[in-house]
Design a protein around this ligand. Structure first.
Ligand code: FAD
Ligand code: SF4
Length: 406
């Protein structure tokens, strides 16, 4: 029997020599870590250039993934990133229990059924707690469907990269939020894959599991029975309870002073709301109520959408209203940590819903509100990171508003 000499250590790639960080140990991004999972895999070897909270590389990432970076003078690209197509859609037969109509899960299922990929990176939930994420490499449609619905908590999706070597997986569809996708794109060339498709979700205001509890206790009348919630385009938070009941609360009725510290520091310093590095992004905020918002960034994204397009009720994107005054008022109210009495919050909610921004303009309202808040948060909490951390597109958006003194 001939023995194969093991390669000299120096010829090994950095990730072949690295070990995942021990669970619970301090992470390189310290308080800004979003627990994306990269450090729980051997690809921690590249953390200095891959971590979304250590180095921002939007232009390089966009060029790598889409062949060019976004055009800052094009208002739609400034806000929503590189794209070749933007539509709204709903699955004609929605998937029961999905976050919206289930377009994301259906794409995952079809990608496996058609043999486009060998596995789907997605996140299921702990059997003990609906909101505790459990990332998996799903190999069957059933495993993808078991991952449907948001786990609105920081999720270490990239920890499952550790399972790739020796798994036989050569073609992968990765589903994830911006910080996970930034790190994934940075290590993509070193992964043992022939093909990678990336299906992104927009993401903002995520929380740790403890933070989620504080939020639910502050916002819902029955925090322990909430199984699903979403901040929707009608300016209300929609909670669904385990008995099927719906509860809605106006955004403007939230106890802002109590919630100021609830969001994760990673999310308060993030400007990748619309998931710039994904091939295809499926969210809701640029669509009318009840529909989903689909952004195709490149040909791989269209290949993913092709898997389900015959099953979709499609419509063009629309836009109406003017967000700017509402954003400026929101910045001022947030600064004063105002909490409106519920009757007034309801009244403001009805007014804004009737006359406020809709479609893409609602998307821009949400982006402006979060980018201005986050720029201010960074200036106050990490002034040393402001220059490197706020990308050019976010600077241009933030400069349109009057911010309080840091
Ligand atoms: P489903 O078919 O139900 O599938 C949901 C998918 O989400 C699953 O594949 C699962 O793997 C994945 N997933 C669940 N939780 C996580 C997590 N924590 N991290 C990574 N992946 C996860 N859209 C907007 O337009 N605006 C927003 O502000 C916005 N905020 C979001 C915040 C969070 C934390 C998340 C997870 C999503 C957010 N989205 C937002 C996306 C939106 O809520 C829906 O997830 C998306 O439209 C897909 O709906 P669906 O019915 O097709 O998904
Ligand atoms: Fe590591 Fe991800 Fe945390 Fe950055 S965000 S320190 S890459 S786990």
């Amino acid at each position: 029997m001939s023995s194969v000499p093991s390669p000299a250590p120096s010829s090994l790639a950095p990730h072949d020599r690295a070990r995942p960080l021990a669970k619970g140990s301090p992470k390189p991004a310290k308080d800004l870590c979003s627990d994306c999972g990269l450090c729980d895999s051997r690809w921690v070897a590249y953390v200095r250039r891959a971590c979304a909270f250590l180095e921002q590389r939007f232009e390089a990432m966009e060029e790598q993934a889409h062949g060019r970076s976004r055009r800052l003078d094009d208002e739609d690209e400034l806000y929503f990133g590189v794209h070749q197509r933007m539509v709204t859609a709903r699955l004609r037969q929605p998937i029961e229990g999905a976050q919206w109509t289930g377009i994301v899960s259906r794409i995952g299922v079809r990608a496996l059924e058609t043999g486009l990929v060998d596995a789907v990176l997605c996140v299921q939930q702990s059997p003990d707690d609906r909101f505790t994420p459990v990332p998996v490499l799903a190999r069957t449609p059933q495993e993808v469907l078991a991952a449907r619905v948001n786990k609105p908590t920081l999720s270490p999706n990239l920890e499952v990269l550790e399972q790739l070597p020796g798994s036989g997986i050569e073609r992968l569809l990765a589903i994830g939020v911006g910080c996970q996708i930034q790190a994934l794109r940075a290590v993509q060339a070193t992964l043992p894959l022939q093909k990678l498709y990336v299906l992104g979700l927009p993401c903002v205001d995520n929380v740790s599991r403890d933070g989620l509890q504080t939020f639910l206790e502050s916002a819902s009348r029955s925090p322990d029975t909430v199984v699903h919630y979403e901040f929707m385009q009608d300016f209300r938070i929609h909670f669904r309870h385990s008995d099927g009941q719906e509860e809605t609360v106006p955004f403007f009725g939230l106890d802002t002073p109590a919630l100021k510290d609830v969001f994760a520091p990673s999310c308060l310093s993030c400007f990748d709301y619309t998931n710039a590095g994904a091939d295809l992004v499926v969210g809701y905020m640029g669509a009318s109520f009840g529909r989903q918002w689909v952004t195709v960034r490149n040909p791989l994204g269209q290949e993913l959408l092709d898997l389900v397009e015959p099953e979709l009720d499609l419509a063009p994107v629309t836009s109406s209203g003017d967000r700017r005054q509402a954003v400026q008022q929101g910045i001022d109210a947030y600064e004063k940590a105002l909490k409106l009495p519920m009757w007034l919050a309801e009244l403001v909610g009805v007014f804004v819903q009737r006359f406020g921004p809709k479609g893409l303009e609602y998307g821009r309202f949400s982006i402006d509100s979060h980018f201005t808040r986050n720029a201010l948060w960074l200036q106050r909490h990490h002034p040393e990171k402001v220059d490197a951390h706020i990308p050019a597109f976010a600077r241009r958006i933030v400069s349109r508003y009057r911010l309080p003194t840091p």
